[in-house]
Design a protein around this ligand. Structure first.
Ligand code: GBH
Length: 532
């Protein structure tokens, strides 16, 4: 009897998923599994404003924008941004209107710890995030919290920031404060947002705050300390908080997907994948831990040839390798764009972002002429990249849970009828479906970047990523939903990429599709039969 149930379940399930498969392939009606979670994201400096209010001290991005001429393309800063420090209730309402399962936001280190250290905890800052979390929980939205989205207190930068080994303890002490304050409310934590970006754009390119050019030295110190800091925070949670709160932690990596240029083998693409993804993943997710061996070898040889007595990439000790390895509960993945990789021509000058130390490998990155362009130089649109990247992660590190923590399109015009963004979301989500049903990738969530237009770092207010438009000339920073907000909320509520015929606004349908419930039942039966 059990066996028959089992076979029946498999049959039904396979029929189910094969019909899904063809749906995915044909691009007709498509559904996400019922357990799949949808959310949207922001980051503190990009939305909060209140840069010097209620006890907050300056961080590296405040100082960078205020003091370095030309650092921010439109000369702006994040002093007011979306004014979310004051208007956070509107943000919660937007998240609720969209029907999100979760909202990802970040906490500003110097708003909680004005000296950078836990000697003084700023009550006003603590209250702000507590109210935001409670506001979300009240309307059934899970808070997903990024501990560090690039706002290093300036006081710590003055001591060397991410190049000082002590930053590992500074960061871990800060993380422990957050766990103590909020672990009862927050079950999903992101330790660091895109260490690859905050190390490489800062030290290799000198373009991100604090803008210190130290290619081949600073980036590797930062990389090393970011991994140790992450691992230390993960272990603190694991030892002191997990048994009580049962949360999940990981860092999130911005991965550019690389393919070989015409006439080049996969070797060149694989090498640059090890530099971009591997340097920030291999130490944590691989079985053996440590730096990707191929990169470690190349940098050691180059360093020797350049006359350095030791490798510019400081090796990990055996204890450190063990300390970092396995410090994850999922893989946080931010995806925007892709490049073709090819061997650089002699004397070729490699451009700015997304070149990040690829000269160490003698690799140049180019754009495939067929790829769709966005209005931003660095941003070509390649939806297949999100799927191929996840397949690569599965192949390299096993079938780990992947959580897409950012994906979205930038525009430069404030138009509400953003059909290009609707297409972007639809096409990328279709690739995510293929990952689930075709590749068996264990991807469990998707995050749209961003809930609203915001302060886009060195690009100021020029780039707009929002599901909601924000009027930055209005003192009330009026937020207005775009077409993409309506589309995304339909996806969130129906679990389907196709707008229901009856769908007119995001209050039209409030339950997940019936199909999803049938899947729950089938999976439940299957699980039961497997257990017995
Ligand atoms: C993410 O970075 C960030 O997590 C998020 O805060 C940000 O808003 C979002 O993506 C969109 O950018 O101006 O030519 O030098 C993604 C990686 C790195 C992409 C810096 C843009 C600057 C390009 N970003 N890069 S350029």
């Amino acid at each position: 009897m059990l066996y028959r149930t089992f076979v029946l379940c498999i049959l039904v399930r396979n029929t189910w998923s094969s019909s899904w498969k063809s749906e995915v392939e044909e691009g007709s009606k498509v559904h996400f599994p019922p357990w799949f979670k949808f959310g949207s994201a922001t980051a503190s400096h990009q939305i909060e404003g209140a840069w010097n209010a209620s006890g907050k001290t300056p961080h590296i991005w405040d100082v960078f924008a205020h003091t370095v001429p030309g650092a921010i393309s439109d000369g702006s800063n994040g002093d007011v941004a979306c004014d979310s420090y004051r208007l956070w209730r509107e943000d919660v309402k937007m998240a609720a209107d969209l029907g999100l399962d979760f909202y990802r936001f970040s906490i500003s280190w110097p708003r909680i710890l004005p000296s950078g250290f836990p000697n003084h905890i700023n009550e006003e800052g603590v209250r702000y995030y507590r109210e935001l979390m409670d506001g979300l929980l009240e309307v059934g939205i899970e808070p997903v919290v990024t501990i560090y989205h690039w706002e290093l207190p300036q006081s710590l930068q003055d001591l060397g920031g991410w190049t000082n080994p002590l930053v590992v303890d500074w960061y871990a002490d800060y993380a422990r404060v957050l766990f103590t304050l909020y672990a009862d409310r927050v079950k999903t934590w992101i330790t660091l947002n895109e260490p690859m970006v905050f190390c490489e754009a800062t030290y290799t390119l000198g373009s991100h705050a604090p803008g210190i050019l130290s290619p081949g030295i600073g980036n590797f110190l930062c990389n090393r300390h970011a991994l140790l800091a992450h691992a230390k925070a993960w272990r603190i949670y694991d030892q002191e908080f997990r048994h009580k709160y049962h949360g999940k932690l990981a860092l999130t990596n911005n991965l550019l997907w690389f393919e070989p240029d015409e006439g080049h083998g996969d070797e060149v693409a694989e090498l640059v994948r090890e530099l971009g993804a591997g340097m920030y993943s291999h130490p944590i997710y691989s079985k053996e831990g440590g730096w990707p061996p191929v990169i470690e070898k190349i940098i050691a040889e180059r360093s020797r040839r350049q006359g350095y007595p030791k490798s510019r990439l400081p090796p990990f000790t055996k204890e450190e390798i063990k300390f970092i390895r396995g410090t994850y509960d999922f893989y946080g993945f931010n995806y925007y764009t892709a490049r073709l990789a090819r061997w650089a021509k002699p004397g070729e000058v490699l451009g700015k972002w997304p070149h990040f130390g690829t000269d160490e490998l003698n690799i140049s990155l180019v754009v495939k002429p067929e790829w769709k362009k966005s209005p931003l130089d660095w941003f070509i649109i390649y939806p297949e990249g999100i799927r191929r990247q996840m397949k690569w992660l599965k192949r390299k590190y096993g079938n780990i849970e992947i959580f897409i923590m950012e994906n979205g399109l930038a525009n430069i015009d404030p138009r509400l009828d953003d059909t290009d963004r609707v297409d972007f979301y639809r096409e990328h989500l279709r690739q995510v479906l293929l990952s689930i049903y075709e590749d068996g990738v264990n991807v469990t969530g998707y995050t749209a970047w961003s809930l609203m237009d915001n302060y886009e770092w060195i690009d100021g207010y020029h780039s707009k990523f929002g599901l909601y438009a924000v009027d930055f000339s209005d003192s009330e920073r009026r937020r207005t939903p775009r077409a993409s907000a309506f589309y995304y909320s339909s996806v969130v509520r129906t679990g389907s990429l196709v707008l229901p015929a009856t769908y007119t606004s995001y209050t039209a349908s409030s339950s997940k599709n019936a199909l999803s419930y049938i899947t729950i039942v089938i999976n439940f039966m299957l699980a039961l039969s497997l257990i017995k």
